[in-house]
Design a protein around this ligand. Structure first.
Ligand code: TTP
Ligand code: MG
Ligand code: MG
Length: 363
């Protein structure tokens, strides 16, 4: 029987919380991130509201650029403590909707998957009516409850896999809800742009466009072998995703094996300021997620993909469990430095992962 997977992602999360806290911002462009310092600021945009997006502002854009595009926007610093608290409260709502409280997989501060397959099992026994319709009702209730409790809007996608659920949510933003049943997967995917497929970023898209491929329908004309020749093992992943194939289970908190974050640079780079600036951000996001999940780690892994897609990882395992940002930062940096020294190539993607996790005991 098909699984029923729900994906929820909060709308313009940090910025929406700021709007809620400051009703006077309603109707104005709001940008959360580094201080723009009148156009001289360093650092990047964390996120912005949809009004600011109309000016072309988006996450990860240099803050000075956001200032150029819309100097009259309201620029705010990141209040991570508040966003974490709200995130926790939202996850608590979601847990109520999972049969055992265990089927919730939180994948970032504002994002989670919920496995609702149980609904199918019980619905089938009781009546043969549409259990996808029941899932839709659950989604409506979740959106309503979060809105009532937190005064925040969210978008939900439901599908037979994590991939389809996430894509459904992504294209219905903001404040949307979209259900893709197993029989509709093909017609949902085919007309979409290749860039809608998670994992296909601007660079991969560019290569595919050069072959005249811009829609998923066309991407499906490439064989598994051809894609593998172009992109290596990753090509097989693309082949399967283009057909909606994704067997990954929803992994509840207890089974989380690692917490990690990756970033693909807009342009391949060796610029130490860009590399270390971004690296620092990745580390702090990973650490924040570790804290929200209240885990300690023992192993630190740094992932580095070079210009030519060659991808390497380096790991360090500590003698003891730790939940310490300084340790994470210094060990991760040592690993990164080794990459920089060993390979003189431009860097395309950087990632940091912590693993050998264990729940942090209260002390
Ligand atoms: P997203 O869910 O990617 O973005 P969003 O919630 O702001 O907007 P939407 O989902 O409506 O498109 O990220 C969630 C939060 O994570 C976001 O509010 C801020 C933070 N974030 C960063 O700090 N840097 C980033 O590059 C991204 C993508 C997100
Ligand atoms: Mg979001
Ligand atoms: Mg998100």
């Amino acid at each position: 029987m098909a699984r029923i997977i729900l994906h929820i992602d909060m709308d313009y999360f940090f910025a929406q919380i700021e709007e809620r806290e400051n009703p006077q911002f309603k109707g104005k462009p709001v940008v959360v991130g580094a201080d723009p310092k009148n156009g001289k600021g360093r650092g990047v945009v964390s996120t912005c509201n949809y009004l600011a997006r109309k000016y072309g502002i988006h996450s990860a854009m240099p803050i000075y650029r956001a200032f150029e595009l819309c100097p009259q926007a309201i620029f705010l610093p990141v209040n991570m403590e508040l966003y974490q608290k709200v995130s926790k409260q939202i996850m608590e709502v979601l847990e109520k909707y999972s049969a055992s409280g265990k089927e919730v997989e939180q994948t970032s501060l504002d994002e989670a998957y919920l496995d609702l397959s149980d609904l199918g099992a019980t619905a089938q026994k009781a009546d043969k009516t549409d259990y996808w319709g029941k899932a839709e009702k659950v989604a409506e209730k979740i959106k309503e409850e979060i809105f009532e409790k937190e005064k925040l809007t969210s978008t939900i996608g439901i599908g037979p896999s994590k991939l389809i659920a996430k894509m459904a949510a992504q294209i219905k933003k903001p404040n949307g809800l979209l259900i893709i049943k197993p029989n509709d997967v093909e017609s949902f995917l085919e007309p979409l742009d290749i860039e809608n497929l998670p994992g296909i970023g601007p660079k991969t898209a560019e290569k595919l466009m050069a072959l005249g491929i811009d829609k998923i329908k066309e991407l499906k004309k490439l064989s598994r072998k051809e894609l593998q020749q172009f992109f290596g093992k990753w090509g097989i992943d693309i082949f399967e995703k283009a057909r909606g194939v994704d067997e990954k289970p929803v992994a509840a908190k207890e089974t989380i094996k690692s917490i990690g974050r990756e970033h693909t640079f807009e342009k391949d780079t060796r610029d130490p300021e860009i590399i270390f600036g971004r690296f620092e951000e990745i580390i702090s996001v990973v650490f924040q997620e570790l804290l929200s999940a209240n885990f300690s780690f023992r192993t630190i892994t740094v992932i580095c993909r070079f210009q030519d897609f060659e991808t390497h990882t380096k790991s360090k395992t500590l003698p003891n469990q730790a939940q310490d940002l300084k340790i994470l930062r210094s060990e991760a940096k040592k690993l990164l430095l080794r990459f920089l020294i060993e390979k003189p190539k431009l860097i395309r993607l950087l990632g940091v992962r912590v693993s050998s996790l264990s729940p942090k005991s209260v002390d």
